[in-house]
Design a protein around this ligand. Structure first.
Ligand code: FAD
Length: 472
Protein backbone atom coordinates (compact mmCIF):
# COMPACT_ATOMS: atom_id res chain seq x y z
CA UNK A 1 0.00 0.00 0.00
CA UNK A 2 1.33 3.47 -0.86
CA UNK A 3 -0.11 6.36 1.13
CA UNK A 4 -0.63 9.68 -0.57
CA UNK A 5 -0.39 12.49 1.93
CA UNK A 6 -2.47 15.62 1.39
CA UNK A 7 -1.03 19.14 1.41
CA UNK A 8 -2.52 19.56 4.88
CA UNK A 9 -0.66 16.42 6.07
CA UNK A 10 2.58 17.80 4.62
CA UNK A 11 2.17 21.18 6.34
CA UNK A 12 1.30 19.55 9.66
CA UNK A 13 4.33 17.23 9.40
CA UNK A 14 6.69 20.12 8.57
CA UNK A 15 5.38 22.16 11.47
CA UNK A 16 5.85 19.26 13.88
CA UNK A 17 9.34 18.52 12.54
CA UNK A 18 10.35 22.16 13.04
CA UNK A 19 8.91 22.18 16.52
CA UNK A 20 10.77 19.01 17.61
CA UNK A 21 14.05 19.32 15.69
CA UNK A 22 14.56 23.06 15.19
CA UNK A 23 15.12 25.15 12.08
CA UNK A 24 18.76 24.05 11.65
CA UNK A 25 17.55 20.51 11.08
CA UNK A 26 14.63 21.21 8.74
CA UNK A 27 15.09 22.86 5.35
CA UNK A 28 12.17 23.26 2.94
CA UNK A 29 11.33 25.04 -0.31
CA UNK A 30 14.19 27.09 -1.77
CA UNK A 31 16.36 26.32 1.28
CA UNK A 32 16.78 22.72 0.11
CA UNK A 33 20.33 22.51 -1.26
CA UNK A 34 21.04 21.23 -4.78
CA UNK A 35 23.19 18.43 -3.32
CA UNK A 36 19.97 16.88 -1.95
CA UNK A 37 18.29 16.84 -5.38
CA UNK A 38 20.16 13.92 -6.87
CA UNK A 39 22.84 11.26 -6.51
CA UNK A 40 25.37 10.25 -9.22
CA UNK A 41 22.83 8.18 -11.19
CA UNK A 42 22.47 10.79 -13.92
CA UNK A 43 18.69 10.81 -13.39
CA UNK A 44 16.69 14.02 -13.61
CA UNK A 45 17.23 15.99 -10.34
CA UNK A 46 14.17 16.57 -8.12
CA UNK A 47 13.76 18.91 -5.15
CA UNK A 48 12.29 17.05 -2.17
CA UNK A 49 9.49 18.62 -0.14
CA UNK A 50 12.02 19.16 2.66
CA UNK A 51 15.34 17.90 3.97
CA UNK A 52 15.50 16.81 7.59
CA UNK A 53 19.02 16.67 9.06
CA UNK A 54 18.94 15.27 12.62
CA UNK A 55 22.18 15.35 14.60
CA UNK A 56 21.58 12.18 16.65
CA UNK A 57 19.66 8.90 16.70
CA UNK A 58 16.89 10.38 18.83
CA UNK A 59 16.40 13.09 16.17
CA UNK A 60 16.25 10.47 13.38
CA UNK A 61 13.67 8.46 15.33
CA UNK A 62 11.60 11.59 16.07
CA UNK A 63 11.64 12.64 12.40
CA UNK A 64 10.61 9.18 11.24
CA UNK A 65 7.83 8.90 13.82
CA UNK A 66 6.42 12.26 12.70
CA UNK A 67 6.63 11.49 8.97
CA UNK A 68 5.12 8.03 9.50
CA UNK A 69 2.20 9.33 11.49
CA UNK A 70 1.40 11.90 8.77
CA UNK A 71 1.83 9.40 5.92
CA UNK A 72 4.82 11.21 4.37
CA UNK A 73 7.38 9.14 2.46
CA UNK A 74 11.03 9.46 3.60
CA UNK A 75 14.21 8.89 1.61
CA UNK A 76 17.49 8.32 3.48
CA UNK A 77 20.43 10.27 2.08
CA UNK A 78 24.11 9.73 2.84
CA UNK A 79 26.88 11.21 0.70
CA UNK A 80 24.69 11.15 -2.46
CA UNK A 81 27.34 9.28 -4.49
CA UNK A 82 25.10 6.28 -5.26
CA UNK A 83 24.86 5.32 -8.92
CA UNK A 84 21.30 3.93 -9.06
CA UNK A 85 18.96 6.70 -7.89
CA UNK A 86 18.35 5.11 -4.47
CA UNK A 87 18.78 8.38 -2.54
CA UNK A 88 16.80 10.55 -4.93
CA UNK A 89 13.64 11.86 -3.25
CA UNK A 90 10.43 12.87 -5.05
CA UNK A 91 8.85 16.31 -4.74
CA UNK A 92 6.28 15.02 -2.21
CA UNK A 93 8.86 13.13 -0.13
CA UNK A 94 11.12 14.18 2.73
CA UNK A 95 14.84 13.54 2.40
CA UNK A 96 16.31 12.26 5.65
CA UNK A 97 19.93 13.33 5.42
CA UNK A 98 22.56 11.87 7.75
CA UNK A 99 24.99 14.74 7.00
CA UNK A 100 24.93 16.08 10.59
CA UNK A 101 25.09 12.66 12.25
CA UNK A 102 28.88 12.42 11.99
CA UNK A 103 31.87 11.49 14.12
CA UNK A 104 34.01 8.66 15.46
CA UNK A 105 32.45 7.79 18.81
CA UNK A 106 35.01 5.28 20.00
CA UNK A 107 38.12 3.45 18.87
CA UNK A 108 38.59 0.22 20.81
CA UNK A 109 42.09 -1.05 20.08
CA UNK A 110 41.62 -4.23 22.15
CA UNK A 111 38.52 -5.33 20.24
CA UNK A 112 39.98 -3.80 17.02
CA UNK A 113 36.67 -2.01 16.46
CA UNK A 114 35.48 1.53 15.98
CA UNK A 115 31.98 2.91 16.65
CA UNK A 116 31.00 5.49 14.08
CA UNK A 117 27.99 7.71 13.30
CA UNK A 118 26.36 6.78 9.98
CA UNK A 119 26.89 10.12 8.22
CA UNK A 120 30.68 10.03 8.69
CA UNK A 121 32.54 10.14 5.35
CA UNK A 122 34.38 6.92 4.48
CA UNK A 123 37.70 8.77 4.22
CA UNK A 124 37.33 10.03 7.82
CA UNK A 125 36.76 6.43 8.96
CA UNK A 126 39.87 5.26 7.06
CA UNK A 127 41.97 8.07 8.59
CA UNK A 128 40.73 7.41 12.13
CA UNK A 129 41.66 3.73 11.79
CA UNK A 130 45.11 4.68 10.45
CA UNK A 131 45.69 7.14 13.33
CA UNK A 132 44.95 4.33 15.77
CA UNK A 133 47.54 2.12 14.00
CA UNK A 134 44.95 0.01 12.14
CA UNK A 135 43.61 -0.32 8.61
CA UNK A 136 40.01 0.03 7.42
CA UNK A 137 40.08 -1.68 4.02
CA UNK A 138 36.85 -0.50 2.38
CA UNK A 139 37.92 1.88 -0.38
CA UNK A 140 36.25 3.42 -3.42
CA UNK A 141 36.72 6.42 -5.67
CA UNK A 142 33.98 8.37 -3.86
CA UNK A 143 35.73 7.95 -0.45
CA UNK A 144 35.80 11.70 0.29
CA UNK A 145 32.04 12.18 -0.25
CA UNK A 146 30.27 8.88 0.47
CA UNK A 147 29.18 8.15 4.05
CA UNK A 148 29.68 4.91 5.97
CA UNK A 149 25.89 4.52 6.39
CA UNK A 150 25.49 4.79 2.60
CA UNK A 151 28.33 2.29 2.11
CA UNK A 152 26.57 -0.22 4.34
CA UNK A 153 23.11 0.42 2.89
CA UNK A 154 24.52 -0.37 -0.56
CA UNK A 155 26.91 -3.07 0.75
CA UNK A 156 29.67 -1.33 -1.20
CA UNK A 157 32.51 -3.29 -2.77
CA UNK A 158 35.57 -1.56 -4.19
CA UNK A 159 39.03 -2.82 -4.97
CA UNK A 160 39.94 -5.10 -2.06
CA UNK A 161 36.89 -7.38 -1.84
CA UNK A 162 38.94 -10.43 -2.82
CA UNK A 163 40.84 -10.11 0.47
CA UNK A 164 38.54 -8.35 2.95
CA UNK A 165 35.05 -8.99 1.55
CA UNK A 166 32.34 -6.40 0.89
CA UNK A 167 31.21 -3.73 3.36
CA UNK A 168 28.97 -6.32 5.04
CA UNK A 169 32.02 -8.27 6.22
CA UNK A 170 33.47 -5.23 8.01
CA UNK A 171 30.52 -4.69 10.38
CA UNK A 172 30.02 -6.23 13.82
CA UNK A 173 27.23 -4.10 15.23
CA UNK A 174 24.66 -1.65 14.00
CA UNK A 175 21.95 0.70 15.16
CA UNK A 176 18.98 1.40 12.90
CA UNK A 177 15.64 3.16 13.13
CA UNK A 178 12.60 1.35 11.77
CA UNK A 179 10.21 3.26 9.48
CA UNK A 180 7.75 4.16 12.27
CA UNK A 181 10.54 5.33 14.61
CA UNK A 182 11.54 2.33 16.76
CA UNK A 183 15.29 2.31 17.49
CA UNK A 184 17.03 -1.08 17.24
CA UNK A 185 20.42 -0.80 18.93
CA UNK A 186 22.81 -3.72 18.57
CA UNK A 187 26.29 -2.23 18.85
CA UNK A 188 27.84 -5.69 19.15
CA UNK A 189 31.67 -5.85 19.23
CA UNK A 190 32.06 -9.63 19.22
CA UNK A 191 32.97 -11.62 16.13
CA UNK A 192 30.91 -14.55 17.40
CA UNK A 193 27.29 -13.89 18.35
CA UNK A 194 24.71 -16.48 17.39
CA UNK A 195 22.00 -15.35 19.80
CA UNK A 196 19.08 -15.48 17.39
CA UNK A 197 18.76 -13.74 14.03
CA UNK A 198 21.64 -11.47 12.98
CA UNK A 199 19.37 -8.47 12.40
CA UNK A 200 22.06 -6.14 11.09
CA UNK A 201 21.91 -7.93 7.75
CA UNK A 202 18.34 -6.67 7.25
CA UNK A 203 19.75 -3.15 6.92
CA UNK A 204 23.02 -3.87 5.11
CA UNK A 205 22.51 -3.89 1.35
CA UNK A 206 18.77 -3.10 1.50
CA UNK A 207 19.38 0.46 0.21
CA UNK A 208 17.46 2.27 2.94
CA UNK A 209 14.16 0.45 2.33
CA UNK A 210 13.87 -1.34 5.72
CA UNK A 211 15.39 1.13 8.19
CA UNK A 212 17.78 4.03 8.59
CA UNK A 213 21.26 3.13 9.85
CA UNK A 214 22.40 5.59 12.53
CA UNK A 215 25.51 4.07 14.14
CA UNK A 216 27.83 1.16 13.34
CA UNK A 217 30.57 -0.88 14.95
CA UNK A 218 33.23 -1.53 12.31
CA UNK A 219 36.09 -4.03 12.33
CA UNK A 220 39.60 -2.64 12.01
CA UNK A 221 42.38 -4.73 10.49
CA UNK A 222 46.18 -4.82 10.93
CA UNK A 223 47.92 -2.15 8.89
CA UNK A 224 49.74 -3.80 5.96
CA UNK A 225 53.53 -3.56 6.23
CA UNK A 226 54.25 -4.08 2.54
CA UNK A 227 52.52 -3.60 -0.82
CA UNK A 228 53.46 -5.48 -3.99
CA UNK A 229 51.87 -4.54 -7.32
CA UNK A 230 52.32 -5.98 -10.80
CA UNK A 231 50.71 -5.76 -14.21
CA UNK A 232 50.62 -9.02 -16.14
CA UNK A 233 49.80 -9.62 -19.80
CA UNK A 234 47.78 -12.65 -20.90
CA UNK A 235 47.30 -14.07 -24.38
CA UNK A 236 43.93 -15.64 -23.62
CA UNK A 237 41.37 -15.77 -20.82
CA UNK A 238 42.50 -19.27 -19.74
CA UNK A 239 45.81 -17.64 -18.80
CA UNK A 240 43.91 -15.11 -16.68
CA UNK A 241 42.15 -17.98 -14.87
CA UNK A 242 45.44 -19.86 -14.35
CA UNK A 243 46.99 -16.68 -12.99
CA UNK A 244 44.05 -16.21 -10.60
CA UNK A 245 44.29 -19.76 -9.20
CA UNK A 246 48.05 -19.47 -8.93
CA UNK A 247 47.76 -16.11 -7.11
CA UNK A 248 45.22 -17.57 -4.68
CA UNK A 249 47.42 -20.59 -4.02
CA UNK A 250 50.85 -18.95 -3.89
CA UNK A 251 50.02 -15.56 -2.35
CA UNK A 252 47.31 -16.97 -0.09
CA UNK A 253 45.82 -14.34 2.23
CA UNK A 254 48.17 -11.63 0.90
CA UNK A 255 46.27 -11.35 -2.41
CA UNK A 256 44.34 -8.07 -2.18
CA UNK A 257 43.35 -7.15 -5.76
CA UNK A 258 42.99 -8.98 -9.06
CA UNK A 259 41.74 -6.51 -11.66
CA UNK A 260 41.32 -7.55 -15.30
CA UNK A 261 41.18 -5.18 -18.27
CA UNK A 262 40.13 -6.30 -21.74
CA UNK A 263 42.07 -4.82 -24.75
CA UNK A 264 39.51 -2.09 -25.66
CA UNK A 265 39.65 -0.74 -22.13
CA UNK A 266 43.46 -1.02 -21.99
CA UNK A 267 43.88 0.87 -25.28
CA UNK A 268 41.56 3.65 -24.10
CA UNK A 269 43.33 3.91 -20.72
CA UNK A 270 46.89 3.89 -22.03
CA UNK A 271 46.42 6.06 -25.12
CA UNK A 272 43.53 8.43 -24.39
CA UNK A 273 43.23 8.97 -20.63
CA UNK A 274 45.24 12.03 -19.60
CA UNK A 275 48.49 11.34 -17.72
CA UNK A 276 48.20 7.53 -17.95
CA UNK A 277 51.13 5.55 -19.43
CA UNK A 278 51.40 1.99 -20.66
CA UNK A 279 53.46 0.13 -17.98
CA UNK A 280 54.90 -2.15 -20.72
CA UNK A 281 56.04 0.84 -22.84
CA UNK A 282 54.20 2.77 -25.54
CA UNK A 283 55.21 0.36 -28.37
CA UNK A 284 54.58 -2.90 -26.51
CA UNK A 285 52.63 -5.60 -28.41
CA UNK A 286 48.90 -5.95 -27.68
CA UNK A 287 47.58 -8.83 -25.57
CA UNK A 288 44.19 -10.46 -25.02
CA UNK A 289 43.90 -9.27 -21.41
CA UNK A 290 45.83 -7.39 -18.73
CA UNK A 291 45.76 -8.10 -15.01
CA UNK A 292 46.68 -5.83 -12.12
CA UNK A 293 47.68 -8.00 -9.17
CA UNK A 294 48.20 -6.49 -5.71
CA UNK A 295 49.34 -8.22 -2.53
CA UNK A 296 49.44 -6.68 0.94
CA UNK A 297 51.84 -8.28 3.40
CA UNK A 298 53.33 -7.77 6.82
CA UNK A 299 57.05 -8.25 6.23
CA UNK A 300 58.70 -5.98 3.61
CA UNK A 301 61.95 -7.99 3.68
CA UNK A 302 60.30 -11.32 2.84
CA UNK A 303 57.09 -10.40 0.98
CA UNK A 304 58.54 -8.57 -2.06
CA UNK A 305 61.09 -11.29 -2.98
CA UNK A 306 58.36 -13.94 -2.55
CA UNK A 307 56.01 -11.97 -4.85
CA UNK A 308 58.68 -11.43 -7.52
CA UNK A 309 59.80 -15.06 -7.37
CA UNK A 310 56.20 -16.18 -7.94
CA UNK A 311 55.89 -14.03 -11.07
CA UNK A 312 59.30 -15.15 -12.36
CA UNK A 313 58.25 -18.79 -12.06
CA UNK A 314 55.13 -18.08 -14.13
CA UNK A 315 57.13 -16.24 -16.79
CA UNK A 316 59.77 -18.98 -16.96
CA UNK A 317 57.07 -21.65 -17.27
CA UNK A 318 55.60 -19.71 -20.21
CA UNK A 319 52.23 -19.29 -18.46
CA UNK A 320 52.13 -15.62 -19.42
CA UNK A 321 54.11 -13.56 -21.93
CA UNK A 322 55.00 -10.51 -19.86
CA UNK A 323 54.77 -8.92 -16.41
CA UNK A 324 56.11 -5.79 -14.80
CA UNK A 325 56.50 -5.28 -11.04
CA UNK A 326 56.21 -1.86 -9.38
CA UNK A 327 59.59 -0.78 -7.98
CA UNK A 328 58.37 2.39 -6.26
CA UNK A 329 55.27 4.10 -4.94
CA UNK A 330 55.19 6.09 -8.18
CA UNK A 331 55.08 2.83 -10.19
CA UNK A 332 52.28 1.50 -7.98
CA UNK A 333 50.30 4.69 -8.54
CA UNK A 334 50.97 4.55 -12.29
CA UNK A 335 49.68 0.94 -12.47
CA UNK A 336 46.51 1.84 -10.56
CA UNK A 337 46.11 4.90 -12.82
CA UNK A 338 45.51 2.52 -15.74
CA UNK A 339 42.75 0.75 -13.79
CA UNK A 340 41.28 4.01 -12.44
CA UNK A 341 41.22 5.63 -15.89
CA UNK A 342 37.58 4.42 -16.11
CA UNK A 343 36.82 7.72 -14.32
CA UNK A 344 37.86 9.49 -17.55
CA UNK A 345 35.49 7.57 -19.84
CA UNK A 346 32.87 10.31 -19.51
CA UNK A 347 35.18 12.73 -21.38
CA UNK A 348 35.54 10.30 -24.29
CA UNK A 349 31.92 9.21 -24.28
CA UNK A 350 29.65 11.72 -22.57
CA UNK A 351 26.24 10.21 -21.66
CA UNK A 352 27.64 6.66 -21.81
CA UNK A 353 25.79 3.74 -20.23
CA UNK A 354 27.58 1.97 -17.37
CA UNK A 355 26.94 -1.47 -15.86
CA UNK A 356 28.27 -3.38 -12.86
CA UNK A 357 27.21 -6.94 -13.42
CA UNK A 358 28.37 -10.13 -11.71
CA UNK A 359 29.07 -13.49 -13.37
CA UNK A 360 30.62 -16.83 -12.47
CA UNK A 361 34.32 -16.21 -13.20
CA UNK A 362 34.61 -19.14 -15.62
CA UNK A 363 31.82 -17.69 -17.82
CA UNK A 364 33.24 -14.22 -18.00
CA UNK A 365 35.18 -14.27 -21.24
CA UNK A 366 32.40 -16.03 -23.18
CA UNK A 367 29.99 -13.43 -21.80
CA UNK A 368 32.26 -10.58 -22.97
CA UNK A 369 32.51 -12.03 -26.51
CA UNK A 370 28.75 -12.65 -26.75
CA UNK A 371 27.89 -9.24 -25.31
CA UNK A 372 30.18 -7.41 -27.73
CA UNK A 373 28.70 -9.36 -30.67
CA UNK A 374 25.11 -8.71 -29.58
CA UNK A 375 25.73 -5.02 -28.94
CA UNK A 376 27.32 -4.63 -32.39
CA UNK A 377 24.32 -6.43 -33.97
CA UNK A 378 21.57 -4.57 -32.11
CA UNK A 379 23.15 -1.12 -31.75
CA UNK A 380 24.94 0.01 -34.94
CA UNK A 381 28.38 1.50 -34.25
CA UNK A 382 28.17 0.64 -30.54
CA UNK A 383 31.47 1.00 -28.72
CA UNK A 384 32.12 -0.77 -25.44
CA UNK A 385 34.87 -1.46 -22.93
CA UNK A 386 35.08 -4.23 -20.32
CA UNK A 387 37.07 -4.31 -17.09
CA UNK A 388 36.51 -5.33 -13.50
CA UNK A 389 37.22 -6.99 -10.20
CA UNK A 390 37.38 -10.43 -11.79
CA UNK A 391 38.56 -12.16 -8.63
CA UNK A 392 35.15 -11.25 -7.18
CA UNK A 393 33.17 -12.16 -10.33
CA UNK A 394 32.40 -8.46 -10.95
CA UNK A 395 32.52 -7.07 -14.47
CA UNK A 396 32.10 -3.40 -15.40
CA UNK A 397 30.85 -2.52 -18.88
CA UNK A 398 30.68 0.91 -20.44
CA UNK A 399 28.83 1.24 -23.76
CA UNK A 400 28.20 4.18 -26.06
CA UNK A 401 26.63 4.78 -29.46
CA UNK A 402 28.33 7.74 -31.16
CA UNK A 403 26.45 10.24 -33.33
CA UNK A 404 22.96 9.89 -31.80
CA UNK A 405 21.00 12.43 -29.75
CA UNK A 406 19.69 9.86 -27.33
CA UNK A 407 21.56 6.73 -26.21
CA UNK A 408 19.69 3.46 -26.98
CA UNK A 409 19.29 2.61 -23.29
CA UNK A 410 16.58 -0.04 -23.70
CA UNK A 411 18.44 -2.07 -26.36
CA UNK A 412 21.74 -1.91 -24.49
CA UNK A 413 20.19 -2.83 -21.12
CA UNK A 414 18.17 -5.62 -22.70
CA UNK A 415 21.34 -7.03 -24.28
CA UNK A 416 23.56 -6.74 -21.20
CA UNK A 417 20.98 -7.96 -18.67
CA UNK A 418 19.43 -10.56 -21.01
CA UNK A 419 22.83 -12.26 -21.27
CA UNK A 420 23.35 -11.88 -17.51
CA UNK A 421 20.17 -13.91 -16.97
CA UNK A 422 21.28 -16.52 -19.53
CA UNK A 423 24.69 -16.88 -17.87
CA UNK A 424 23.29 -17.09 -14.31
CA UNK A 425 24.80 -13.77 -13.20
CA UNK A 426 23.56 -10.72 -11.33
CA UNK A 427 22.43 -7.31 -12.61
CA UNK A 428 24.29 -5.60 -9.76
CA UNK A 429 27.53 -6.84 -8.25
CA UNK A 430 28.10 -3.79 -6.03
CA UNK A 431 26.22 -0.58 -6.88
CA UNK A 432 22.74 -1.84 -5.96
CA UNK A 433 19.32 -1.64 -7.63
CA UNK A 434 17.87 1.74 -6.57
CA UNK A 435 15.29 2.80 -9.13
CA UNK A 436 17.44 2.44 -12.24
CA UNK A 437 17.76 -1.35 -12.21
CA UNK A 438 14.45 -2.20 -10.54
CA UNK A 439 12.87 -3.51 -13.73
CA UNK A 440 15.79 -5.92 -14.18
CA UNK A 441 15.77 -7.42 -10.66
CA UNK A 442 13.87 -10.46 -11.96
CA UNK A 443 16.83 -11.28 -14.22
CA UNK A 444 18.93 -12.00 -11.13
CA UNK A 445 16.41 -13.06 -8.46
CA UNK A 446 13.60 -15.61 -8.64
CA UNK A 447 9.94 -14.66 -8.10
CA UNK A 448 10.05 -16.45 -4.75
CA UNK A 449 13.09 -14.45 -3.65
CA UNK A 450 11.48 -11.16 -4.67
CA UNK A 451 8.24 -12.10 -2.92
CA UNK A 452 10.18 -12.82 0.30
CA UNK A 453 11.84 -9.39 -0.02
CA UNK A 454 8.33 -7.86 -0.34
CA UNK A 455 7.14 -9.83 2.72
CA UNK A 456 10.00 -8.40 4.79
CA UNK A 457 9.27 -4.90 3.46
CA UNK A 458 5.57 -5.21 4.38
CA UNK A 459 6.42 -6.50 7.87
CA UNK A 460 8.73 -3.57 8.68
CA UNK A 461 7.04 -0.85 6.66
CA UNK A 462 3.34 -1.71 6.26
CA UNK A 463 2.53 1.80 4.95
CA UNK A 464 5.39 1.66 2.39
CA UNK A 465 6.76 5.02 3.49
CA UNK A 466 10.51 4.36 3.72
CA UNK A 467 12.23 4.80 0.35
CA UNK A 468 9.18 3.57 -1.61
CA UNK A 469 9.70 2.48 -5.19
CA UNK A 470 13.32 1.49 -4.63
CA UNK A 471 14.80 -2.01 -5.11
CA UNK A 472 11.53 -4.04 -5.16
C1 FAD B 1 33.49 8.08 -8.29
C2 FAD B 1 32.64 6.96 -7.70
C3 FAD B 1 33.22 5.72 -7.49
C4 FAD B 1 32.46 4.68 -6.94
N1 FAD B 1 33.06 3.46 -6.75
C5 FAD B 1 32.35 2.46 -6.19
C6 FAD B 1 32.96 1.18 -5.95
O1 FAD B 1 34.12 0.94 -6.29
N2 FAD B 1 32.21 0.23 -5.36
C7 FAD B 1 30.91 0.44 -4.98
O2 FAD B 1 30.28 -0.46 -4.43
N3 FAD B 1 30.30 1.64 -5.22
C8 FAD B 1 30.99 2.64 -5.81
N4 FAD B 1 30.37 3.85 -6.06
C9 FAD B 1 28.95 4.04 -5.71
C10 FAD B 1 28.73 4.75 -4.34
O3 FAD B 1 29.81 5.52 -3.96
C11 FAD B 1 28.46 3.73 -3.27
O4 FAD B 1 27.24 3.09 -3.58
C12 FAD B 1 28.37 4.31 -1.84
O5 FAD B 1 28.39 3.22 -0.95
C13 FAD B 1 27.14 5.17 -1.60
O6 FAD B 1 27.31 5.88 -0.37
P1 FAD B 1 26.58 7.27 -0.12
O7 FAD B 1 26.82 7.66 1.29
O8 FAD B 1 26.98 8.25 -1.15
O9 FAD B 1 25.06 6.83 -0.30
P2 FAD B 1 23.82 7.59 -1.02
O10 FAD B 1 24.10 7.77 -2.46
O11 FAD B 1 23.51 8.81 -0.24
O12 FAD B 1 22.71 6.50 -0.80
C14 FAD B 1 22.78 5.23 -1.38
C15 FAD B 1 21.60 4.38 -0.91
O13 FAD B 1 21.70 4.11 0.48
C16 FAD B 1 20.59 4.68 1.19
N5 FAD B 1 21.16 5.26 2.41
C17 FAD B 1 22.13 6.20 2.52
N6 FAD B 1 22.45 6.37 3.82
C18 FAD B 1 21.66 5.55 4.53
C19 FAD B 1 21.51 5.26 5.94
N7 FAD B 1 22.26 5.86 6.86
N8 FAD B 1 20.59 4.34 6.30
C20 FAD B 1 19.81 3.71 5.39
N9 FAD B 1 19.92 3.94 4.05
C21 FAD B 1 20.83 4.83 3.65
C22 FAD B 1 19.96 5.69 0.25
O14 FAD B 1 18.58 5.83 0.48
C23 FAD B 1 20.25 5.04 -1.10
O15 FAD B 1 19.30 4.06 -1.39
C24 FAD B 1 31.10 4.90 -6.63
C25 FAD B 1 30.52 6.15 -6.86
C26 FAD B 1 31.26 7.17 -7.40
C27 FAD B 1 30.61 8.50 -7.63
Amino acid sequence: MTTTATTADQSAALEELLQHLGSQAVLSGDDVLVRNHNDYSGMMPTRPLAVVRPADTHGVATAMRICYSHGIAMVPQGGMTGLCGGARAGTDQIALSLERLVGIEEVDATSATMTVAAGTPLETVQMAAAEAGFFFPLDLGARGSCAIGGNLSTNAGGNRVIRYGMAREMVLGLEAVLPEGTVITSLNKMIKNNAGFDLKHLFIGSEGTLGVITRVVLRMFPKPGSTMTAICAADDFDTVLRLLSSARRELGPLLSAFEVMWPDYWTFATTQAPGVRNPFGADAPAHAAYVLVEALGTDPALDAPRFEAWLERLLEAGVMPNAVVAQSLADERAFWDVRDACGELHTLWPRHMAFDIGLPVAAMDTYVLRCKEELARRVPGCQSVFYGHIGDGNLHIVAFQPGVDEQPKDEVEDTVYGLVRDFGGTVSAEHGIGTLKRRWLGHARSEEQIELMRTLKRALDPKNLLNPGKVI
